[in-house]
Design a protein around this ligand. Structure first.
Ligand code: OOG
Ligand code: MG
Length: 253
């Protein structure tokens, strides 16, 4: 029998010490991979961090192509991962961090299982442009679907821009990711499953398969609209979003 707790502890340790680990030897079942994820994030919750929502993974073609995995996943977000907009992120706390522009939702109602687009819209309190910082704990950022699920879908930090009223039409907004003012990735929120609302609907459905659901107050990250960009110390990373403003951070040592 695979010791899921041992794998969870290994991945948690890797995240806390910014040390890459080899890819898992045996391929976990999807159920086991989500259980490892739960057990690993439990370490953070036991240490005092608070669950704040979830992140969707691989909801755009650009993201799937970058990591060679074609299946959507989700991971758990804690308040320890929140980085204030405009602040400095310390590069040395991570292994090989990358930034990607995303749409963030904050919910005012729970969402569980199979929901319609209308129900998903009705649950949104506010919407924002965001940057997710991902940092696979596996060597060379290489993984299979189940490895990444166990590793909390590579989540490590998030920066959220100003929250907006959800009546902004966020289906096809221009997005650019800049490093030191130069656009390095250009895209649209439509790259996220054709429309980011579909990512929120998928979040409720995929979570239900694991006995989980979204609560009022939860944040949901849509998944990256473009490929992710590796972070270099001393640079300024900003994502600009049509109609939603921007989110930004400095990469420190
Ligand atoms: C997996 C996580 C994917 C996204 O936005 O698609 C993800 C990875 O690329 O490491 O966060
Ligand atoms: Mg992401």
């Amino acid at each position: 029998m695979t010791d899921l707790n041992a794998i969870a502890l290994r991945l948690h340790e890797a995240a806390m010490t910014a040390t890459a680990v080899p890819q898992l030897e045996a391929e976990l079942s999807t159920a086991d991979a989500y259980e490892v994820q739960r057990l690993s994030i439990k370490q953070r919750l036991t240490a005092g961090e608070r669950h704040i929502g979830i992140k969707m993974g691989l909801t755009s073609k650009a993201k799937m192509a970058q990591v060679g995995v074609n299946e959507m996943s989700w991971g758990r977000l804690t308040d320890g991962m929140l980085t204030e907009d405009g602040s400095t992120l310390s590069r040395s706390r991570y292994i090989h961090p990358r930034a990607e522009p995303e749409i963030a939702f904050r919910l005012k109602r729970p969402l569980e299982g199979k929901v319609t687009a209308l129900e998903a819209y009705a649950a949104i309190e506010s919407v924002a442009g965001a940057i997710e910082i991902i940092d696979s704990r596996y060597k060379d950022f290489k993984f299979r679907f189940s490895d990444a699920v166990a590793d909390n879908a590579s989540s490590t930090a998030l920066v959220i821009g100003t929250w907006h009223n959800p009546n902004v039409d966020f289906g096809n907004l221009g997005i650019s990711l800049e490093v030191d003012g130069d656009p390095v990735e250009i895209g649209s929120s439509a790259a996220i499953m054709g429309h980011p609302i579909r990512s929120l609907i998928a979040a409720a459905r995929l979570m239900a398969e694991r006995g989980a659901s979204l609560a009022a107050g939860d944040i949901v990250l849509s998944g990256g609209a473009t490929a992710a960009k590796p972070l270099q110390s001393g640079t300024f990373v900003r994502a600009r979003f049509e109609a939603l403003g921007q989110a930004a951070f400095l990469v420190g040592d």
